[in-house]
Design a protein. Structure first.
Length: 561
């Protein structure tokens, strides 16, 4: 942000009174020393939200602020500025009236660019300021017409003749692999599946948690693609009957991508799954993840403690590790020793000592954790509590002056407590060590390019939603307008684009601790927590439905997982 100095931002933030002057001055000094923008540091530490920072920056630049996140921007309006130009100018067209075109920017546009738009449209150009996150999301919403490109590459791959020694280095095969990965990265896919069938191989992407078919590859081309991926991930090219795991590092569109590669033998050949590990997840704050202000305060109080345990719970793929990484980002300083034991280590975090589980050398969670506590740690992250031994060591570490972060596979926050008792942890240890339990799911967000309003009837949901959710949603009315996505090219006709979390955050107060000591069941504990102000995942989901972020169907889908 070259146009806004750290001093200008410091003066503006001071007036907001969101942080005491002493702490703000410390962040300012750190930013100057590290030669980074103060706003980025405040975002990292969850001091200010991206939207509020954008509003402050807009005032400094004397521009009106535009929030793009929930706008239904017409494709033809957005595409007035071609993607390459939009990225270069850091600008997006978001509204067109009969006499004006509104654009949102991250830097004051030069006059040449404004004249270009004026000449192209014949309209007056209104300039607004927006957040970096909103702008990036809009860039990702440009329709990417890859079908023709894939078809052209496949045609060249089928027409090329070569010897076996050079097949994986043939330009069309290299280009096809790069195209599949770049297409996945551009569409924010978490995984790429390439699987053989009787007459072809299928490429599927997991986007927003759902697998989508994108490409069919002839089997003769597929075998060369697998060979190419084995070479890239340093695996044995002559091994076809055993499972192999490797890693690829590749330059994505805007960042370095770490890709975990798994190849396993199946009846029709070999199946490849690639997990894309992007810096985007590394940089997410707790606010970005969708945690409400009152729950953020509970979590913040817990991680500022020098001891105790913070647990995240939910099924595989519900974002538990991302939540813990966001907490680590907030407490990571040179003054403390942070150590992790993970399977696998998903992201490298600067300043954190990370250990990869390795069963071949007997480096299990329990063995690794036992070694970690002898390494003088202040904070310990255990990727997952899977067994009685790991649970016992983790709880004892939390008892003896360490802050322990970990995950459990349970359906909700309350169920985690009896689960730990089942694992042999004494109730008095659970009640005295656990600070907060975070249960979560990831719901898909409604696509903003095709979002439309829909009127729903309370009676139609009586058999689907709990009474409390219906009361919250309809607010004593019989009908309610909610948003849905009708499907468009931007969201691959799904009606959804991107994901956000729904949460329940349970703080262990005296009443809950007493219930644990009395070995009360999860349902009784949950009722106590709700009585004391806990928002359930269902309630949080319904709030996000009311805000137009997601749909009732999506909330029900993930909660029933």
């Amino acid at each position: 942000m070259n146009e806004i100095t750290n001093q200008q931002l410091l003066d503006a933030i001071k007036d907001l009174k969101i942080i005491n002057d002493g702490e703000l001055q410390k962040f300012f000094t750190d930013a100057v020393k590290q030669k980074i923008y103060l706003g980025n540091l405040l975002l990292e530490k969850d001091i200010i939200s991206e939207k509020n920072l954008g509003i402050v920056e807009a005032e400094i630049l004397n521009l009106p602020f535009a929030e793009l996140q929930y706008r239904n921007i017409e494709v033809k309006v957005r595409e007035i500025i071609p993607l390459e130009v939009a990225k270069k100018q850091k600008a997006i067209a978001f509204k067109k009236d009969h006499d004006a075109l509104s654009i949102a920017v991250r830097t004051k546009p030069n006059q040449t660019f404004l004249d270009f738009l004026n000449k192209k449209t014949g309209l007056k150009i209104k300039v607004f300021y927006t957040t970096n996150k909103d702008l990036e999301n809009m860039f990702n919403s440009y329709i990417q017409d890859s079908d023709n490109e894939f078809e052209q590459i496949l045609t060249r791959a089928k027409q090329t003749t070569y010897g076996t020694d050079e097949e994986h280095n043939s330009p069309p095969i290299i280009e096809l692999v790069e195209k599949i990965i770049s297409h996945a990265d551009r569409n924010k896919a978490s995984d790429i599946h390439i699987e053989p069938e009787d007459e072809k191989a299928l490429v599927r992407l997991r986007i927003d948690g759902i697998l989508q078919d994108i490409l069919q590859i002839p089997l003769e081309v597929f075998s060369k693609v697998v060979m190419r991926l084995k070479i890239m991930s340093h695996l044995k090219t002559d091994e076809h009957q055993a499972a192999q795991d490797g890693k690829i590092q590749i330059k994505g569109e805007d960042e370095e991508l770490d890709i975990r590669v798994s190849i396993v033998p199946v009846t029709d050949g070999e199946k490849v799954v690639m997990r894309l590990l992007s810096e985007r997840s590394r940089k997410l704050s707790l606010t970005d993840l969708g945690i409400k202000e009152k729950d953020l305060e509970k979590i913040s109080e817990a991680y500022k403690s020098s001891h105790g345990m913070i647990l995240t719970t939910g099924p595989t793929g519900s974002g538990k590790t991302t939540s813990l990484y966001a907490i680590l980002k907030n407490i990571n300083t040179r003054k403390i020793n942070i150590m992790t034991i993970e399977d696998p280590v998903e992201y490298d975090i600067e300043g954190v000592n990370q250990i990869q589980v390795n069963p071949k050398t007997n480096l299990t969670f329990a063995a690794g954790l036992r070694s970690i506590v002898r390494q003088d740690p202040d904070v310990v992250l255990v990727g997952e509590i899977r067994d009685d031994e790991t649970a016992d060591i983790a709880v004892n570490a939390a008892m003896t002056g360490h802050l322990v972060l970990s995950t459990l596979h349970t359906n909700d926050a309350a169920t985690s407590l009896p689960r730990l008792i089942d694992m042999g942890v004494e109730p008095f240890l659970i009640s005295s060590t656990i600070k907060v339990l975070i249960a979560q799911r990831l719901v898909r967000k409604i696509c903003q390019a095709c979002r439309v309003s829909q009127n729903i009837d309370k009676n139609d949901l009586k058999d689907t939603l709990p009474t409390s959710a219906i009361t919250s949603l309809f607010e004593n009315k019989d009908k309610k307008d909610v948003y849905i996505g009708k499907g468009c090219p931007v969201c691959h006709d799904t009606g959804y684009k991107d994901r956000i979390g729904i949460y329940e955050v349970m703080v262990l107060n005296e009443e809950i601790r007493d219930a644990i000591m009395e070995r009360k069941d999860a349902e009784e504990i949950a009722q106590i927590a709700i009585k004391n102000g806990m928002t359930t995942m269902m309630d949080d989901g319904i709030e996000k439905v009311k805000e137009g972020i997601t749909t009732i169907e999506e909330v029900l889908r993930v909660i029933k997982e």
